[in-house]
Design a protein around this ligand. Structure first.
Ligand code: MEZ
Length: 540
């Protein structure tokens, strides 16, 4: 097999693959030990990107003044607005709704469905199209403790420990307790979860889970969930304004959130949406490429909601902690950084270094796994060079040795197709992986009812921080977008029934700019970023 692949692999790769093949039988049977708590702490402090102090800036203004966030995020949080208050006429809004939802991913769609159920006049605005979101990219599954040997309490303990005991207890409590109902809700809406012939949901382990509670739709669970939610939103006739970004929140003269200034991404026209309540569901920040990492995120993941919320006074929680998914594709270059689902390891593939040695338990939590891979490639010199950097083997043929022929095609067909396009048959050959920027653990600080510190401003999904603490377990993100998306829709629509909106104002723009100037910030950068910039600079 290896000999046939000389066209795409380097000599070093081919030599190393021979060692991996030779060790496969023994490696499949080998049960690596788990690291001790002390070993994990030392490993993280030395190799995890969150611990590199020189990659962070201390904020000089705003609700989190004095706290550190990645340089790239600090620049956006403390940048100028894209607009001036006089650019729009706030007295004659283009849209007038009860609940304005900013973001068209899984959290935004779930919020819209529940707000609609509650009789609210609801509208989604999204800078790309509904479903262009990290939800769509999620692969391995969604957690819920709904099997007889499991319980929300056990789910809580797994997630709390995995997040370094830092999760906001009230949020995590809500996440795990409402998980079984979230699965039922999705199933009833039409999500095609993997089931056995008698209709029982198939569940697997993820890193850091003590029970098999990962529910999946093969390895495109997020796409299947997003398809279902999008259909439901559209079938209900909830208005969705595509290609329209929120560039500034609007407050009223009582300091309550009261709408947003929108930018038509095609015509560049500015529009005003007035709303009794606003839900931020703008997702993550992978396209900021913190520390130069590639990302598994969708094109629009540029931290917009953090910027919008921060500028009107909302507080962030744990904005200094990111998730680097241990297994991003490291080769070939066409899929550099793309997600290789953790389910590959759940099904039995182990991480193997260039000498064919298994160097860690495959289901350590993500931060520990990522740091372990980085150590193996850097300090230990056991990585394999690629055109874009370095990687290690994820020995996918082990899956069929363990689970039998056909397991890969049946359980992870999208992985098989993604690598197959480049001539790599993951049933027969291992694949090269390296950590990729996957998720922001931090974000807006909310109550269990999804309220931020700004009256009538709610948030749900990846834009929120604190649910998972300082590290998230696999499958708890698809879960949080459903649980907190639904809650945001219910809370914001209920609140909208008693809101009287005052006079609209954008006075916060000047106030924030004055604070920045007083702090000596003179950069001309504007935010939110909206889209990443991949244009080559002259001299590149
Ligand atoms: O929760 C996730 O991030 C997830 C399911 C990713 C994956 O590895 O598939």
């Amino acid at each position: 097999m290896v000999e046939k692949r000389t066209a795409i692999y380097t000599e070093e790769m081919l030599d190393s693959m021979k060692k991996v093949e030779a060790a496969r039988e023994a490696n499949t049977a080998f049960e690596p030990r788990r690291m001790t708590a002390e070993e994990k702490e030392t490993l993280l402090a030395t190799y995890h990107p969150d611990y590199k102090q020189d990659e962070f800036s201390v904020l000089s203004v705003g609700a989190n003044k004095g706290e550190k966030v990645p340089h790239e995020l600090a620049a956006l949080l403390q940048a100028k607005s894209r607009i001036a208050a006089g650019d729009v006429d706030l007295t004659s809004p283009d849209y007038d709704v009860d609940v304005l939802i900013i973001g068209g991913g899984g959290a935004g769609a779930s919020a819209a469905i529940e707000a609609d159920n509650n009789g609210a006049k609801t509208m989604i605005v999204t800078k790309l199209r509904i479903g262009d979101a990290n939800t769509m990219m999620a692969e391995g599954g969604i957690q819920a403790a709904d099997k007889p040997n499991d319980s929300p309490a056990i789910h809580y303990l797994d997630a709390f420990g995995g997040g370094h005991f830092a999760a906001k207890p009230s949020l995590l409590y809500r996440l795990v307790n409402e998980a079984p109902d979230a699965i039922k809700w999705l199933n009833d809406l039409g999500v095609e979860f993997d089931k056995t012939e008698d209709g029982t949901m198939v569940t697997t382990h993820g890193g850091g889970t003590s029970r098999k509670r990962m529910h999946a739709a093969k390895d495109y669970s997020g796409a299947e969930i997003m398809r279902t939610l999008r259909d439901e939103v559209l079938n209900r006739g909830i208005p969705v304004i595509d290609f329209t970004a929120a560039v500034e929140l609007i407050l009223d003269d009582k300091g309550q959130a009261a709408g947003a200034v929108l930018l038509n991404m095609e015509t560049k026209e500015l529009l005003v949406a007035r709303a009794k309540t606003v839900i931020l569901a703008t997702g993550g920040a992978g396209r900021l490429h913190y520390q130069g990492f590639p990302t598994s995120n969708h094109y629009g993941a540029t931290a917009d909601g953090l910027v919008l919320g921060y500028r009107v006074g909302a507080k962030l929680m744990y904005a200094d902690t990111l998730q680097y998914h241990p297994t991003g594709a490291a080769f070939p270059e066409q899929i550099f950084g793309a997600l290789v689902t953790e389910k590959v390891r759940s099904l039995g593939a182990k991480l193997v270094n260039k000498n064919g040695e298994v160097f860690m338990h495959p289901l350590e939590t993500r931060d520990v796994s990522a740091a372990s891979i980085i150590r193996e490639c850097t300090a230990r010199g056991n990585g394999i060079e690629t055109s874009d950097g370095i990687g290690l083997w994820l020995d996918t043929p082990m899956i069929e040795k363990k689970g039998g022929e056909g397991t890969i095609e049946k359980r992870i067909p999208a992985m098989m197709r993604m690598f197959g396009k480049y001539g790599i048959d993951i049933r027969k050959e291992p694949i090269l992986v390296y950590p990729t920027l996957h998720y922001q653990n931090g974000g807006l600080d909310i109550t269990p009812d999804c309220m931020t510190g700004v009256e009538n401003l709610y948030a749900a999904g990846e834009v929120v921080g604190g649910i998972h603490g300082r590290n998230r377990l696999m499958g708890n993100s698809l879960l949080d977008i459903i649980v907190f998306g639904r809650n945001a829709g219910k809370s914001a629509s209920e609140k909208s029934k008693s809101v009287t909106t005052g006079t609209l104002t954008l006075a916060h723009i000047e106030k924030f700019a004055a604070e920045c100037a007083a702090a000596g910030i003179e950069d001309d950068a504007v935010s939110p970023k909206l889209l990443p910039d991949y244009t080559r600079k002259v001299n590149d």
